[in-house]
Every structure is written in C-alpha cells, then in structure tokens.
Design a protein around this ligand. Structure first.
Ligand SMILES: [Zn+2]
Ligand SMILES: [Zn+2]
Length: 175
C-alpha cells in the first residue's frame, strides 16, 4: 500500500491486510510460506518523518540445512521504523561510507512509502542464513544418505568412510 506523507491523517493510517509472498517479490526456492504474511502496521507522520510501527508475522517453510526435511520457522517481529525524506538530504546522495548511525536511518522517496517495501525488508532481516529443524538435528549420513534423526545407519564410520573407501579404490587402480 502506497502511503503519501501529505495524506497521512493525524491518527495515522492502519495497514492490516495480509500480503501474499508473491506480492512482495519474494518468491524463491530457499523458503516459502503456507499463507500470506500477516501485517498490522500503523503509519503516522511527525513533521517530515514517516513512522511505521506494528507487527509482521509469517509462518515460513524451509528445508533443514542438515537433514533437508521440511521444517517451519515462525517469524514474528515488532516493527518500529522512522523514515526520513531522501530528497534534499545531503547524506542520501552518492555512494559514501556509512556511519554507524546512518545504518539505522531509513529513507522514503518520492514523498511517500510503500508498506510492502517495509514488510519485505523487515521480513528479510528476520530470516536466518541457515535453519535447522531442531538444534540437535543429526543430519544425513554422508555415506548412505539416511536421515540420522530416524536412527543410526549401518555405516561403520560416518563421514570419513566414503573418502577412505574411494582412496582405497584409487590406490588399487579400479576406481
Ligand atoms: Zn534437520
Ligand atoms: Zn550411513
């Protein structure tokens, strides 16, 4: 939802309609959702600043990075953002080294903010690089590929055995 600064009433604008992932341009293969991203945002203004407060939640689905089983990861985060106008601000022009306090500063452009952009950025910030189905996930056996969470496999020495076997075969010349 596009919200223009000049059109924000004193009580603010409430944005609470669920957003499908596709609408956020976040369709990828690394993770997906069962349903839309749920948002509850209040957009207010304070002079030329746009304030966005509320909650973003979604039930994300991943493949566990160890055992590759499908697992869920719930995102549920509070949003408290202050966006300053990008135009006219000297700091917004050209590439330059970001100072620590600037990393915190967000900008809006063309007189308003697209709440979907805010939701997308906040969602991406809350997604970890790697997700495991549980902290003690045992992963897959490197030799036979069995999911070790379901029990041990018959392989003698996991991980090292396959390499050792290959070396033996190379050495004997029948690789
Ligand atoms: Zn796992
Ligand atoms: Zn195995």
């Amino acid at each position: 939802m596009w919200i223009r600064l000049s059109e924000i009433p004193p009580q603010g604008v409430t944005v609470s309609s669920p957003v499908p992932l596709a609408q956020l341009g976040l369709v990828n293969e690394a993770w997906w959702t069962d349903g839309p991203v749920r948002i509850q945002l209040l957009v207010t203004r304070e002079s030329d600043l746009i304030l966005v407060d509320g909650d973003i939640s979604a039930s994300l689905k991943f493949h566990c990075s160890r055992c590759l089983q499908e697992c869920a990861y719930a995102v549920n985060g509070a949003v408290h953002l202050t966006l300053a106008p990008a135009e006219g601000g000297a700091r917004a022009e050209g590439p330059h080294q970001l100072q620590a306090d600037e990393l915190e500063q967000l900008y809006y452009r063309e007189g308003g903010v697209e709440t979907n952009d805010v939701v997308r950025e906040q969602l991406l910030l809350s997604i970890p690089m790697r997700v495991v189905c549980r902290p003690d996930c045992r992963g897959l056996c490197a030799s036979c590929g069995k999911n070790l969470n379901e029990g041990p496999c018959g392989c003698p020495a996991p991980a090292a055995s396959r390499l050792a076997e290959q070396l033996k075969r190379w050495q004997s010349g029948d690789a």
